[in-house]
Design a binder for this molecule. Sequence first.
Ligand code: NDP
Length: 330
Amino acid sequence: MSTFRAVVIEKNHTGQTVALTDFSEADRMEGDVELRVTHTTVNYKDGLAITGKAPVVRRFPMIPGVDCAGVVETSSHPDFQPGDRVILNGWGTGETHLGAFAEKSRVKGDWLVPLPADLTPSEAMAIGTAGYTAMLSILALEKHGLQPADGPVIITGAAGGVGSIAITLLAKAGWHVIASTGRAEEADYLEGLGAAEIIDRNELSSPGRPLGKERWIAGVDSVGSHTLANVLSMTRYGGAVTACGLAQGMDLPGSVAPFILRGVSLLGIDSVMCPKPRRLEAWARLATDLDRERLGRITSTIRLEDVIAAGTDILAGKVRGRLVVEIEQE
Ligand code: NDP
């Protein structure tokens, strides 16, 4: 029986177990493309899956991991041939379909994006869903018509994955970036990425007023709860805030005042089911806009053996920037 190494989550009457183990090729799920996974990454959602702290996993056994870069080994999909380098973000991998923390993966070709020519597989996973979501957020702000000359942008969860890449991209585009973080010790890191101002996240994390002093024209929020409510309440007239995450909480305890009195917009960002044309646009922009030297600065590389511990660390807020899991050397 052929097997490959994978992180596998099982569930029984006593709860969830997770281990790096051998997985049978015969037990892979349906798909028209077989991949050799060369790199993957650990996102916040993967931490939720590994620890079982939120019901991310919908079938057991599950191989977690929502992002991968790999090489096509076999394909009956018209767009992909053996040897093609591809990336995959979301579409339920690691949730409903066996995911990326594995040496092999069988997936639907419709989910795959060709690896942009200018990116290495390791860089693509340093970006991962976090960076691709940061770019989806920026595209949404641009579509809203906002530009650097309009005023400052606030980024919450600044030292995390989405936050770090959003700072890098927006600072390079000329925005005055205000970074909100709970890690004062990361000030040098955040300024190195391009943050012009750093604020303590405690300023935003408690119940606030319906409207506050207007401080920024745009926001990229990955935190939710009171933080997002306060960001909205301090957004200038006509501004917009993107919401992609729930690091503080799933709730949104605010008021409609920013919407009805200041014409502020709340723009929802979903990376998982995002249609392919938007994905291709986001990846093309990441390949051209993202400073590789800064990307390198926010990235740490780990091995498949380290993924389970990294899943716990990311939920504890101990991971700075992005983690690349190198399964095969470039
Ligand atoms: P990270 O863990 O890398 O970053 C999250 C950051 O949020 C932390 O680094 C920390 O930043 C801040 N944070 C953590 N806990 C709290 C808290 N209790 N209160 C306030 N701030 C807190 O995760 P990612 O960047 O990968 O993801 C961020 C969020 O976005 C997650 O909720 C994730 O599920 C979501 N997400 C959603 C996507 C979508 O498709 N909608 C796609 C990708 C991510 P600091 O230390 O600087 O304060």
